[in-house]
Design a binder for this molecule. Structure first.
Ligand SMILES: NC(=O)c1ccc[n+]([C@@H]2O[C@H](COP(=O)([O-])OP(=O)(O)OC[C@H]3O[C@@H](n4cnc5c(N)ncnc54)[C@H](OP(=O)(O)O)[C@@H]3O)[C@@H](O)[C@H]2O)c1
Length: 155
């Protein structure tokens, strides 16, 4: 099954200048808890924003160029893998758009802010047939810039 996991602000912004627009340690822990032991798929630009492979997970990168530093797959290969096991799509904007018709489950963290001059956004999911199955409000801790809401949707 294809599963999305992302964090966005109140306008749907997910990125700015090639990076996350916030520092939210609690959200990174939430991301780790959900994806650990699983398979994650990301776009080349998101891959380049990371310090390296995310440990404890099978890391797959999508690019139209051949790379020798990381396992690569195309759209059809990701879809057939997702028919055998769960696949977490972890961004960024181009890759969420690519799988938006295929995603069956979604973990969204709503970051309680509106980022100025964001340059990457997630599609509005409100009319795509998702319904929320859980929601948890979390106040900003010492290592978070903003309050956040962890939401879980299926369709
Ligand atoms: N808030 C969040 O949850 C979150 C999560 C992840 C990322 N982000 C942010 O999102 C931003 C990056 O997103 P982005 O949209 O610019 O880039 P991206 O989706 O990470 O990567 C785009 C790249 O993916 C490859 N690609 C796209 N479609 C493809 C296809 N059909 N087949 C094969 N490869 C394909 C291309 O690589 P090549 O150019 O190499 O061909 C393309 O340049 C950053 O700011 C990042 O921090 C936010």
């Amino acid at each position: 099954m294809i599963i999305f996991i992302y964090a966005c602000d109140l306008n749907g912004a997910i990125g700015k200048d090639g990076d996350l627009p916030w520092r939210q340690s609690s959200d990174l822990q939430h991301f780790k808890r959900i994806t650990l032991g699983g398979t994650i798929v990301m776009g080349r630009k998101t891959w380049e924003s990371l310090p390296g492979k995310l440990p404890g997970r099978r890391n797959i990168v999508m690019s139209r160029s051949i790379r020798d530093d990381i396992e690569q797959m195309n759209y059809d290969e990701v879809i057939s893998l997702s028919e055998q096991q769960d696949v977490f799509i972890i961004g960024g904007g181009e890759i969420y758009n690519l799988f938006i018709d295929d995603v069956k489950e979604l973990h969204r963290t709503l970051i309680d802010t509106k980022i100025e001059n964001a340059d990457t956004f997630i599609t509005d999911i409100s009319n795509l047939g998702f319904h929320m199955i859980s929601e948890r409000h979390v106040s900003a801790g010492e290592k978070d810039q903003f309050d956040m809401i962890f939401q879980h949707f299926i369709r």
